[in-house]
Design a protein around this ligand. Structure first.
Ligand SMILES: [Zn+2]
Length: 198
């Protein structure tokens, strides 16, 4: 059995503001009892994180009395406040939509194999962005407008590019009102919910 994660990604915060916003949101999560203030070794891919707090049941979907994720070793929140390509970890991206014209481009064929020439178009832009370039853009196959890599909308939020992400390990799905409040705490920025398994 792998470890499941959900990452709430802020798609709009600047690199300069990411650390301060991360601290604000963490204060909110601690003060409301969603996570504990202490840090320990409870996440993957980072040294330490914050375990669920006493009020965690108010923000996740009901698990029919099963609170077993609280007993797991890996059940913490890790905050990533640096330029990152957040991804679902497994499988392939299925499709991507243009924020300008709303048209959807399939990334896979009928057998769910990546279409190399389509993937190359987007993958090149994502890698360039990840390396720190802000001047890259991917030309939309439908409307021919140039769209920055971070602005594309990936099916199922397979990818999200940004400078701030909150990765929760092995938590049940979030309640919609919690996600809505999370978005408000992020200054009404666009958010993505990247879910996956390692
Ligand atoms: Zn377009």
């Amino acid at each position: 059995m792998g470890d499941w994660f959900q990452t709430i990604v802020d798609k709009d915060v600047s690199a300069q503001n990411a650390q301060a916003l991360a601290a604000n949101v963490l204060d909110w999560l601690i003060s409301t009892g969603v996570v504990v203030a202490e840090r320990d070794d409870c996440v993957l891919g980072a040294e330490s994180g914050h375990r669920p707090g006493p009020a965690v049941a108010t923000v996740v979907a009901s698990t029919a009395g099963d609170s077993s994720f609280r007993d797991l070793w890996t059940n913490g929140l890790a905050i990533v406040a640096e330029r990152s390509v957040f991804d679902a970890g497994q499988g392939d991206p299925i499709a991507v939509s243009c924020p300008r014209c709303d048209s959807t481009t399939r990334m896979v064929d009928d057998c769910y194999e990546l279409i190399p020439e389509v993937w190359e178009l987007f993958g090149t832009g994502i890698h360039a962005w990840e390396e720190g370039r802000d001047d890259v853009a991917v030309t939309c196959p439908s409307c021919a407008q140039r769209v920055e890599p971070a602005d594309w909308i990936w099916a199922d939020d397979y990818f999200a590019l940004g400078h701030l992400g909150f990765r929760f390990w092995n938590w049940p799905p979030f309640r919609p009102d919690f996600l809505a409040e999370f978005g408000r705490r992020l200054g009404d920025h666009r958010i993505a919910l990247v879910e996956g398994k390692l």
